[in-house]
Design a protein around this ligand. Structure first.
Ligand SMILES: Cc1cc2nc3c(=O)[nH]c(=O)nc-3n(C[C@H](O)[C@H](O)[C@H](O)COP(=O)(O)O)c2cc1C
Length: 269
C-alpha cells in the first residue's frame, strides 16, 4: 500500500556508488511521462548523469544520477511541482530506490545549465536517484539530527475539525475514512522538516493550508508550497488506493485562520 511506502521512506543522501541500470532509468522516464497534477501545469523531468554534466551536491555521496524537473513560472507552479515530482519519487521508492528532495544544498547554476533552463521556467529542486549505501555517512547522520528528521508533529497539531479551534482526533479521522491519508500527509518529507501543512477536515472535505515559515518564499516560488504539493499528492494517492473518490477544488472555505496561515486547495468527497 502507498502508506507502507510512505512509512518506509526516508531521505537518502549516501548511495552505494554503483549507479542504476539503463532499464531502471528507462522505466522511470516512461512513468514520468504519465504524471499529471490537479493544477494541469506540466512538469518536465530531466535525467542528469553526474559525470557527464560535472554535477554534485555537498550533502550527497555515491550518487551517479539525478532527476531534476522544470516548470513554467505560472501561478501555483510550486504546488503543482511538488505534487508531480513527489509522484515520481514515490514511484522510485516503491521500486527500492533511494531519493531525497534537494532545494537548497545544490550548485544551482550548474543544475539549471545542465537542464537547459529557459527564461520563464523554474527548477526549484532535484533529487539524486540510486541505491542506498549499506552504511549512512557521518554527514548524513549529523544532518538528520540537525533537522530532527526522524520526528513529526502529532496528528492533533496538524489536523483540525471544521475550523482551526478543534483538533481532529484519530477516531474522527477513522470515521471519515481519511486516517491513513492524513497519516501519509503527516509523514511526508518537507524542506528542513518544517511540516508546513495544516488540514481542516469537515464531513465531506479536506481543506489544505500552508503555515508559512520565514525564508522559504523567494518571490518567484515558495519551497513550502512545494511541500504543500507533496502533501496533496500523499493524501490523494492514499485515498485513491482505498477507492475513495475525490474532487480537487480551489475554493477557500473562508474560515478564521491562525497567524501566517494561507489557504491552498481542497479535496471534496
Ligand atoms: C522541498 C524540499 C526541499 C528539500 N531540500 C533539501 C536540501 O536542500 N538538502 C537536504 O539535505 N535535504 C533537503 N530536503 C530533505 C528534508 O530535509 C527531509 O525531507 C526532512 O528532513 C525529513 O526527513 P526524511 O525525508 O528522511 O523523512 C528537502 C525536502 C523537501 C520536501
Amino acid at each position: 500500500m502507498f502508506i507502507d511506502d510512505v512509512k518506509n521512506r526516508r531521505s537518502v543522501r549516501t548511495f552505494d556508488g554503483k549507479g542504476i541500470s539503463e532499464e531502471v532509468i528507462a522505466d522511470l522516464k516512461s512513468y514520468a511521462q504519465t504524471i499529471v497534477n490537479p493544477y494541469n501545469i506540466p512538469v518536465e523531468f530531466v535525467f542528469l548523469d553526474r559525470e557527464k554534466h560535472g554535477l554534485s551536491s555537498p550533502v550527497l555521496s555515491g550518487e551517479k544520477e539525478y532527476i531534476a524537473a522544470k516548470v513554467k513560472a505560472v501561478k501555483n507552479a510550486d504546488v503543482a511541482y511538488g505534487y508531480s515530482f513527489e509522484e515520481l519519487l514515490m514511484y522510485a521508492v516503491n521500486k527500492g530506490l533511494g531519493t531525497v528532495w534537494i532545494g537548497g544544498t545544490l550548485p544551482r547554476d550548474k543544475f539549471e545549465k545542465a537542464c537547459e533552463l529557459k527564461d520563464g521556467e523554474l527548477m526549484p529542486c532535484m533529487s539524486p536517484i540510486g541505491y542506498v549505501a549499506s552504511k549512512m555517512g557521518l554527514k548524513e547522520t549529523l544532518m538528520r539530527k540537525g533537522v530532527k528528521a526522524d520526528t513529526r508533529y502529532d496528528f492533533a497539531e496538524l489536523f483540525f475539525k471544521n475550523d482551526f479551534s478543534t483538533a481532529l482526533s484519530e477516531d474522527d479521522a477513522k470515521k471519515l475514512e481519511v486516517n491513513a491519508a492524513l497519516e501519509a500527509v503527516r509523514l511526508a518529507p518537507s524542506a528542513v522538516n518544517k511540516q508546513p501543512w495544516r488540514v481542516v477536515v469537515t464531513e465531506n472535505a479536506a481543506h489544505f493550508f500552508e503555515k508559512k515559515d520565514k525564508g522559504y518564499d523567494n518571490g518567484t516560488y515558495d519551497l513550502q508550497k512545494v511541500d504543500m504539493g507533496i502533501a496533496l499528492y500523499h493524501f490523494e494517492a492514499q485515498c485513491r488506493e482505498e477507492g475513495k473518490k475525490l474532487t480537487f477544488k480551489i475554493s477557500d472555505p473562508g474560515i478564521q485562520l491562525p497567524e501566517k496561515t494561507e489557504y491552498v486547495a481542497s479535496y471534496i468527497w
